[in-house]
Write a protein that binds this ligand. Structure first.
Ligand code: ADP
Length: 492
């Protein structure tokens, strides 16, 4: 059995906290992967101090030299792809195919960011005055905290750590305690790629203690967070008095709008993949299907049939379509929401129970669940469930569909299914989400394309793509007067 430790100033830490938790396979709770030594508050502070001490030299390292190290990390990820994918599957539960997909995204992001190191360009701007001009330089903040969830334990940390380091920041990485193995592997390979000690530190610890201590440290100048809206807003409030920059990617309640003229088979398949793939544990997962009345019966009949066809099982079995919920707490939350849906009067059409998987009776499996005749006042239409549960809301026309789709505190992703070009553009204009898809699932993204939400989903600059480095850099504006004389006239 492995022991998972924090990594501070280039060394694996033997924590003095005396506090440990087990890392368990959610498909088979008899499979104990290892023990996590939780960092104490004092050790968490040391991680920030180590990042602070490493900052001066790292900032002065030319960006392409920083990028070379990050590129090497991408190559190591590629070499260890299978090992990393197996680790994701074992501690998070998703299927190996999904884990490989996550790795592909992570590698692409890290490669992209490495390339950005040669494009940290500014602007030169002519002045109103003769023999004067201005230019801009991108500079790092200092110590960045990367606080990440368990659902994409490699990709999300990778898309925070890579741009933070390329931009010249040093980082303290605080992953979710449920996924320490992948966090350790990722830290290890970044370190092996040639990072000087202290540039990337890993703190394995609870959010309420280690996370809290990191956030309270005055050296932390920026926080990139992905997780629940509740935690994200709490973190924002906690650091706001110090003027710390915050980027947060939080909850979602992503709708698909299924219009009358669509290809129903395509809408059903895409909705099913979006709702049940990765066990519904994606921030971009489809959780509401908003369907025009006229085609609702057909849509519902087909989606129930498809939901029942998914094979649940351990992620390392190639015949498995859907893995378990990540742990007991998440499993119970999903079942609690299913009860709430029933009590609120939604019609349960399939699923709704623990799934029996032969030989794995203790795994946290939930049957893909479809509720019909959900209305916007019900909690299952409003709150993020993060499990394989789909709510179908029937509407009379496009206007009602959009009112329902936008009746949400969240705004991450969405889809429309239509074959009418005017409806498509109308939807793109009307929908209140940061990302939207046409005739494809609400999920998925690409490394070179910005990712993020609006409303209570997203705070701060977008991650990835052309916006990758925005959050991690400050702009310095430089005015140059090369007349060699006292300025003639004024600048206003
Ligand atoms: P999830 O449901 O995905 O675990 P959370 O928002 O609870 O979402 O957690 C996301 C990350 O935030 C985890 O790494 C967690 O440990 C961390 N976290 C939770 N609470 C706090 C907090 N008060 N301060 C700092 N980090 C926190």
């Amino acid at each position: 059995m492995q022991i998972f430790r924090s990594f501070i100033d280039g060394d694996w830490l033997r924590s003095a906290s005396g506090r440990i938790v087990s890392n368990v396979n959610p498909a088979d709770t008899n499979d104990i992967i290892g023990t996590v030594e939780l960092a104490s508050r004092e050790e968490s502070r040391r991680a920030v101090e180590s990042a602070f001490n490493a900052f001066r030299d790292w900032k002065r390292t030319p960006p392409p030299a920083r990028g070379k190290i990050v590129a090497r990390a991408a190559r190591l990820m590629e070499e260890r792809k299978e090992e990393l994918a197996a680790a994701i599957t074992r501690e998070e539960g998703k299927t190996l195919a999904e884990a490989r997909g996550e790795l592909t995204r992570a590698i692409n992001v890290v490669e992209f960011c490495a390339g950005e190191s040669r494009r940290m360009v500014g602007e030169t701007i002519p002045s109103e005055l003769p023999a004067n001009f201005a230019y801009t330089i991108k500079e790092p903040h200092g110590v960045v905290a990367a606080i990440t969830p368990w659902n994409f334990p490699v990709a999300i940390p990778a898309w925070k750590i890579a741009p933070a380091l390329v931009a010249g920041n040093t980082a303290v990485f605080k992953p979710a305690t449920l996924t320490p193995k992948t966090a350790v592997m990722l830290t290890e390979l970044f370190n092996e790629a040639g990072l000087p000690p202290g540039v990337l530190n890993l703190v394995l610890g609870s959010g309420s203690e280690a996370g809290d201590e990191i956030l309270n440290h005055p050296a932390v100048k920026a926080v990139s967070f992905t997780g629940s809206t509740e935690t994200g807003l709490k973190i924002y409030a906690q650091v706001a008095p110090r003027g710390v920059k915050v980027q947060a990617e939080m909850g979602g309640k992503n709708p698909v709008v299924v219009l009358e003229d669509c290809d129903i088979a395509l809408a059903v398949e895409s909705t099913a993949q979006g709702a049940f793939g990765s066990t519904g544990q994606r921030c971009t997962a489809t959780s509401r299907a908003i369907v025009i009345d006229k085609i609702a019966d057909e849509f519902v009949e087909k989606i129930v049939e498809r939901a029942k066809s998914f094979r649940l099982g351990p992620g390392d079995d190639p015949t498995t379509d859907i893995g378990p919920s990540v742990d007991e707490s998440q499993f119970k939350t999903v079942l609690k929401y299913i009860d709430i849906g029933r009590e609120d009067g939604a019609e349960l059409l399939c699923g709704g129970r623990r799934a029996e998987v032969e030989g794995l009776e203790n795994g946290w499996f939930v049957e893909p669940t479809v509720f019909d005749r959900v209305t916007t006042d019900m909690r299952i239409a409003r709150e993020e469930i993060f499990g394989p549960v789909l709510s179908v809301l029937r509407v009379k026309d496009y206007e009602e569909a959009m009112a329902v789709a936008n009746d949400s505190e969240y705004g991450l992703s969405s889809s429309v299914f239509t074959n009418d070009v005017n409806s498509m553009y109308r939807f793109i204009e009307d929908i209140e989400t940061g990302m939207t898809h046409v005739n494809s699932p609400t999920t998925g993204g690409e490394a070179h394309i910005p990712f993020g939400g609006i409303k209570n989903t997203g705070l701060g600059a977008r991650e990835q793509g052309s916006t990758s480095l925005d959050f991690y850099t400050e702009l310095k504006v430089v005015y140059i007067d090369h007349t060699g004389r006292k300025r003639e006239g004024n600048l206003y």
